[in-house]
Design a protein around this ligand. Structure first.
Ligand code: ATP
Length: 264
């Protein structure tokens, strides 16, 4: 179980620009749960993921992975526990390396840096198989620089990279937002497959209510630094976008002005 208890994050604390991005956020994530996270701009979704990954310091609160506190561990110290895919495919891969070199780096995530030997044929074959299962022909481009791939192809590589080494928590931060609809749909299907096959525990931020309901088995809605809705598997069944919108408006006590954004 991954537990976040009473997390508070304040940016620019003690200055006129102080911003409380997380307000006393508590969350329990059982193993194998795939949670979608939705909310208005600036609600604190990325900050929650950053706090879980160790990218931002929590003012107060505690994060535990299977009872082990990690709250004060930096990102690299948590790298064996947490893997991430960001919105920008370029951020997740290294331009100067080939596809297989990027995959090899990901395979070593969380391990001590050591003397690097060349790729074994067994590892290369494993990479080839992983990429072949996606169906984009990327298995034939292992020795090409990753910079030659399209944004969608790179995002597929990022997703495969995030799931190569064992991970306790996969964080997906609007990882399809920069892709065209067809590629976004392919990357989302691949996400479902990777999460299901690896029985991964995952948190996926999206701006689309439709996506939030169609993927995973639990949906969180955030607003102004708080989790305002937490909808489990049972309650989500049969729930449509208008229902979700209504629930959100009810907890907010006002109509959602920017619903167009959330309906996408
Ligand atoms: N590094 C930072 N320094 C200062 N303020 C920040 C920083 N990161 C985030 N914030 C602020 O914290 C609040 C929450 O931001 P966050 O990125 O978590 O929201 P979000 O829900 O992911 O929004 P969006 O959907 O627009 O990406 C926002 O007001 C944002 O401007």
């Amino acid at each position: 179980m991954i537990v976040a208890e009473n997390l508070t994050v304040i940016f620019n604390k003690g200055t006129p620009r102080a911003m409380q991005a997380l307000r006393d956020v508590s969350l329990q994530i059982p193993p194998g749960e795939f949670i979608t996270v939705i909310g208005t701009n600036g609600a604190g979704k990325s900050t929650l993921l950053n706090a879980l990954a160790g990218d931002v310091r929590c003012e107060s609160g505690e994060i535990r992975f299977s009872d082990a506190p990690v709250t004060n561990q930096l990102t690299h110290q948590r790298s064996a526990l947490v893997s991430r895919v960001f919105q920008d495919p370029i951020a997740g891969t290294c331009d100067a390396l080939t596809v297989e070199e990027n995959l090899a780096v990901a395979l070593r995530r969380g391990r001590r840096p050591g003397l690097r030997r060349g790729l074994s044929s067994k590892t290369r074959e494993m990479f080839r198989e992983r990429l072949a299962s996606v169906g984009l022909g990327l298995e034939n481009r292992l020795q090409e620089r990753v910079s030659l791939l399209s944004g969608g192809q790179r995002q597929v590589i990022c997703l495969v990279m995030a799931s190569l080494a064992p991970t306790r928590l996969l964080l997906l931060d609007e990882h399809t937002a920069a892709l065209d609809p067809r590629t976004a749909s392919l990357v989302l299907s691949l996400t479902d497959k990777i999460v299901a096959e690896g029985k991964l525990t995952a948190l996926m931020v999206t701006h689309s209510m439709r996506q939030a309901l169609d993927h995973g088995n639990r949906t969180l809605m955030m607003h102004e630094g708080r989790i305002v809705l937490d909808i489990g598997d049972e309650a989500r069944r049969g729930l449509g976008v208008p229902d979700l919108l209504q629930m959100f408006e009810r907890v907010r006590g006002e109509e959602l002005a920017d619903d167009a954004l959330l309906l996408g």
